[in-house]
Design a binder for this molecule. Structure first.
Ligand code: CO
Length: 134
C-alpha cells in the first residue's frame, strides 16, 4: 500500500535561522518561506535528490503546531509523510485495523494540494504519520 517516502517535517523555533543553517552548513537547496494560512504553518522546503525535508513554524494563533513547538522549544521532528496509491482504501484499512485517524477521519487537502490523512502516533510507535495520495 505505501509507495514512496515524501517528506519529513521538522518544527523549528526560527525558520530563517534553520533555513540558513541547512543552506550554509549542509549546503542544502532551500526554498523561500511559504505561508499556508489555511494550514496554520509556514514552511521552508529543503529539496534533496530523492526526497525533501520541510522546516515548519506556526502561522497564526490557531496553528496546529503551536503546542508542539511550546513542548519542543528547540525544535523536533513532527511527522513523516509516505505516499499511498489509493488514500480511500488506506482509510478503510486503517479503520479495519483499529488505527486511529486524526480529526474527522476524512482526507483533507494538505500543503501540496493532495489529499492527506494523519495517523495517531500512539498507533504507530510514537510517530505521527501523514499518508498522502500519490
Ligand atoms: Co507533511
Amino acid at each position: 500500500m505505501i509507495t514512496k517516502f515524501n517528506h519529513v517535517a521538522i518544527v523549528v523555533p526560527d525558520l530563517e535561522a534553520a533555513s540558513k543553517r541547512y543552506k550554509d552548513v549542509l549546503g542544502a537547496n532551500v526554498s523561500e518561506v511559504c505561508d499556508y494560512p489555511e494550514h496554520g504553518v509556514s514552511v521552508v522546503f529543503v529539496q534533496l535528490e530523492n526526497t525533501k525535508i520541510e522546516l515548519m513554524y506556526p502561522y497564526g494563533e490557531n496553528s496546529p503546531i503551536k503546542n508542539f513547538l511550546e513542548k519542543n522549544d528547540k525544535g523536533a521532528i513532527h511527522h513523516i509523510c509516505i505516499e499511498v496509491k489509493n488514500l480511500d482504501e488506506a482509510c478503510k484499512k486503517m479503520k479495519s485495523n483499529g488505527i486511529r485517524i486524526l480529526g474527522d477521519e476524512k482526507p483533507k487537502n494538505g500543503a501540496h494540494d493532495k489529499p492527506v490523512i494523519f495517523l495517531h502516533p500512539k498507533d504507530f510507535y510514537g510517530t505521527l504519520i501523514e499518508l498522502e495520495q500519490e
